[in-house]
Design a protein around this ligand. Structure first.
Ligand SMILES: Cc1cc2nc3c(=O)[nH]c(=O)nc-3n(C[C@H](O)[C@H](O)[C@H](O)COP(=O)(O)O)c2cc1C
Length: 196
């Protein structure tokens, strides 16, 4: 990678992501999302990358979930993607912003009907008496939206991680790995290489 100067990490991300889509046997959009709760506790879970461009990296979730509470409290999140076949990792961290209503509506409309009903039915991460409780909620919303399109629930939308740093890690023999880290500098990106 040295010498092959890619000065836009978003372009570099899309090159790597395209290769991951072609090679990974499992979902290459899976990424861990780290947040910090209002009382300072770190928390990490998997989410799916649904959109990436120069504005940032988007995933969708329940807006009342613990991750959303954390993101509303300190506006910071970190992502990590790992593509084992390619022996590559990408780390992203930055500030989060909410995805605009129209953008979330457009994505929600592409989801299978049962996923849409699930988004209405689930009080994500709240205790549940048993599966029947979820099934009852799904049945209730299925009846409520029996005719026509299912609208996006007000408690479900996307978050965009607007990157301040993006690091590309590529495994090399004997742990002499390549690491290139980009840091946002106003409108530009600065890059540097890190010891593995
Ligand atoms: C591969 C994978 C992908 C996932 N994608 C999402 C997602 O895109 N959005 C989401 O809300 N939860 C997703 N989940 C579930 C989350 O990991 C998590 O259990 C849930 O969002 C509750 O997190 P919270 O209590 O920290 O808010 C995914 C889980 C896995 C294993």
């Amino acid at each position: 990678m040295y010498g092959m100067a890619v000065l836009d990490p978003i372009v570099q991300f899309h090159e790597w992501f395209a290769e991951a889509q072609a090679t990974e046997p499992h979902d290459p959009t899976a990424m861990s999302l780290a947040t910090v709760s209002p009382d300072g506790r770190p928390s990490v879970r998997m989410v799916l990358l649904k959109h990436a461009d120069s504005r940032g990296f988007v995933f969708y979730t329940n807006l009342q979930s613990p991750k959303s509470v954390a993101l509303r409290s300190n506006h910071r999140g970190a992502l990590c993607l790992h593509w084992p076949k390619l022996e590559r990792q990408v780390r992203i961290d930055g500030v989060v912003e909410s995805v605009k209503g129209e953008e979330a509506d457009a994505y929600f409309a592409t989801r299978p009907r049962l996923s849409q009903l699930g988004a209405w039915a689930s009080r994500q991460s709240q205790p549940m008496a048993g599966r029947f409780e979820l099934e009852r909620e799904v049945a209730l919303v299925a009846a409520r939206f029996a005719v026509g399109a299912v609208p996006r629930p007000p408690h479900w939308s996307g978050w965009r991680v607007v990157p301040e740093q993006i690091e590309f890690w590529h495994q090399r023999a004997f742990r002499h790995h390549d690491r290139q880290r980009f840091t946002r500098d106003g409108e530009l990106w600065r890059d540097e290489w890190l010891f593995p």
